[in-house]
Design a protein around this ligand. Structure first.
Ligand SMILES: *[C@@H]1O[C@H](CO)[C@@H](O)[C@H](O)[C@H]1NC(C)=O
Ligand SMILES: *[C@@H]1O[C@H](CO)[C@@H](O)[C@H](O)[C@H]1NC(C)=O
Ligand SMILES: *[C@@H]1O[C@H](CO)[C@@H](O)[C@H](O)[C@H]1NC(C)=O
Ligand SMILES: *[C@@H]1O[C@H](CO)[C@@H](O)[C@H](O)[C@H]1NC(C)=O
Ligand SMILES: *[C@@H]1O[C@H](CO)[C@@H](O)[C@H](O)[C@H]1NC(C)=O
Ligand SMILES: *[C@@H]1O[C@H](CO)[C@@H](O)[C@H](O)[C@H]1NC(C)=O
Ligand SMILES: *[C@@H]1O[C@H](CO)[C@@H](O)[C@H](O)[C@H]1NC(C)=O
Length: 496
């Protein structure tokens, strides 16, 4: 009781001064000088109550102490304390933006914060920046209200331990940083209603949303993504990034999309066992799709896949590049590169190519067959003029293979012989002769060597050079078609 009276005495001194010349706080601070007895009044006060904050001030600080008494008298009045300044118990700057900012800027006032103050209310003032730490000088306060401001940054939680009598705190509606390490002591003193939307505690609504998302949304999202990915893998792997796709694997949906739903205009050829489509993959590549009609057993499906796995490894300029396969219960297809060009059969009968072009084709076919013989003896190819395509550059490309370990080398050489003879004569062993290949070969053999003029395709320009070479080719063809038991040339002999 005694101390507050003495303190009030000090304030009365300055207050009476300021009342003499009313004006703004700033003007008073600039114009007013301490009265002559100021030093001694303070000294007397401190003798009576050494707890006053100004009692530790050095003589040099006395001017600041004086200024703080002026600010205190103004602030007490602005805060509408009754009996200013005898009972200066509350700093009430609720909803007073300019005043709040002004008084917060007077650090010297807070340093000598009057001991009578128990409540500080600075709410709803749009105060920006960090927590106003000068408030901690008023360590005796019991209530602090900073709600509805724009404060940000860390709350100096450690310093709240100096406010040992603080029982009311409201920091709601500010933008403080979240307190990462929950300070037990601090949060046991004040419950969450002191920190509503202050940023200090994690937002429960947001937290709930996150929890709900993590609990339900996230698994659902994962399921949707996995399902989507699975669907793509199963139906349209061409929409997946390359590293997720299975190499060489085509799905029925992919082929349907590539061929406009297996449309008639994409159908290029149809035989009893196979339909051949032209298609365009999603990456723009044109492909040839051979669809097999025959339905086969499960076991043979497995065999089909194994064969395809071998075929995709073939790599030769005269063999069509097998890109992959498609296989399910209802569909079986092999996908290869697209070759723009005619069958040898059409090429022979329509364009009547000169000898040097035929020679190139024979050479290419022999190279391809030799490559298969050396590297892939288990693969046979359907050596027919209808299954060999002629590229734009005149190179032949073989397009039908089978994995078939049982075909004998003799049979392969025989087929090659027939092909060579067909190339020279432009006859179709299967169509032009009653007993097929056998009577065709017999026919050539009868005319060899005396009547070759009649055997060699009439439409070719027959120079001596051409006749010489064609004769050699016929000789080779006949050697290859020697009946089993008679002597056939070896692969090496043919290749040279
Ligand atoms: C009060 O103290 C200050 C600082 O020591 C000194 O400058 C000033 O002269 C003193 N005033 C009186 C009236 O003693
Ligand atoms: C105190 O406030 C009243 C109005 O509330 C005003 O008339 C008076 O001038 C003020 N006194 C000081 C010293 O500012
Ligand atoms: C805060 O101040 C604004 C004006 O700045 C006023 O409209 C609003 O009612 C005040 N809110 C409270 C809770 O005092
Ligand atoms: C808190 O209040 C008690 C009793 O009123 C007082 O003794 C003590 O000094 C106060 N603490 C502070 C930090 O002012
Ligand atoms: C706040 O606490 C820190 C240490 O935790 C101290 O250095 C600083 O002076 C304190 N601030 C006030 C205004 O008390
Ligand atoms: C928080 O504490 C105050 C008293 O300090 C009490 O009235 C209020 O119900 C408490 N709120 C919660 C959510 O615990
Ligand atoms: C803090 O202020 C908010 C907003 O005005 C209010 O909802 C809340 O109850 C207050 N908390 C306390 C502890 O007074």
């Amino acid at each position: 009781m005694a101390s507050s009276t003495i303190y009030a005495l000090l304030l009365t001194v300055s207050l009476s001064v300021s009342l003499v010349s009313p004006g703004t706080v700033i003007e008073d601070l600039n114009n007013l000088k301490p009265p002559p007895d100021f030093n001694s009044t303070i000294a007397e006060n401190c003798q009576t109550n050494p707890f006053h904050r100004y009692c530790n001030a050095t003589p040099d600080d006395l001017h600041e102490v004086f200024k703080s008494t002026i600010v205190a008298s103004h602030l007490c009045n602005v805060s509408k304390n009754p009996n200013c300044v005898e009972t200066f118990s509350k700093i009430d700057l609720h909803n007073q933006r300019n005043a709040a900012k002004l008084y917060l800027s007077f650090t010297f006032f807070w340093k000598y914060c009057p001991l009578s103050i128990t409540t500080i209310d600075l709410s709803n003032n749009s105060i920006q920046g960090n927590f106003p730490s000068d408030i901690f000088y008023c360590s005796q306060i019991q209530a602090l209200d900073l709600r509805l401001n724009g404060l940000s940054g860390d709350v100096p939680i450690q310093n709240f331990s100096t406010l040992s009598n603080l029982t009311f705190l409201n920091l709601s509606y500010n933008y403080f940083s979240e307190v990462k390490f929950q300070n037990e002591q601090f949060f046991s003193r004040f419950n969450s209603s002191s920190f509503i939307s202050s940023g200090i505690l994690p937002d429960h609504k947001e937290f709930k949303m996150k929890a709900v998302f993590l609990l339900f949304g996230f698994p659902v999202l994962v399921i949707v993504m996995v399902t989507g990915l699975g669907w793509l893998c199963f139906w349209r792997p061409d929409f997946l990034p390359r590293f997720l796709r299975r190499k060489h694997k085509f799905t029925p949906s992919m082929l349907r999309a590539a061929t406009d739903g297996f449309s008639r205009k994409n159908l290029v050829e149809r035989t009893e066992e196979v339909s051949i489509y032209n298609g365009q993959l999603r990456d723009g590549n044109e492909v040839r799709i051979e669809m097999y009609k025959e339905t086969i057993s499960r076991k043979n499906h497995k065999k089909f896949v194994q064969e395809c796995k071998i075929l995709v490894q073939l790599s030769h300029k005269n063999l069509i590049q097998v890109m992959g396969w498609c296989q399910n219960r209802r569909m079986r297809a092999v996908v290869t590169e697209w070759i723009d060009g005619d069958h040898v059969e059409t090429w022979l009968s329509v364009t009547a190519p000169p000898w040097n072009k035929r020679r190139k084709v024979i050479r290419g076919v022999i190279e391809a067959i030799y490559y298969l013989h050396e590297e892939w003896p288990e693969i046979t190819c359907d050596l027919k003029t209808t299954s060999i395509l002629i590229c734009e550059d005149g190179e032949p490309v073989l397009s039908r293979f089978k994995v078939d370990a049982h075909k004998s080398s003799t049979r392969k050489i025989f087929k090659l012989g027939v092909f060579i003879l067909e190339m020279v004569t432009n006859k179709r062993a299967h169509e032009d002769f009653e007993r097929g290949e056998a009577s065709f070969v017999e026919w050539v053999r009868i005319n060899h060597p005396d009547n070759l003029e009649g055997v060699i395709d009439m439409r070719m320009k027959k120079t001596t050079h051409v006749i010489d070479q064609a004769t050699e080719a016929i000789a080779l063809g006949l050697m290859c078609t020697n009946l089993p038991g008679a002597e056939q040339p070896s692969w090496e002999q043919i290749y040279i």
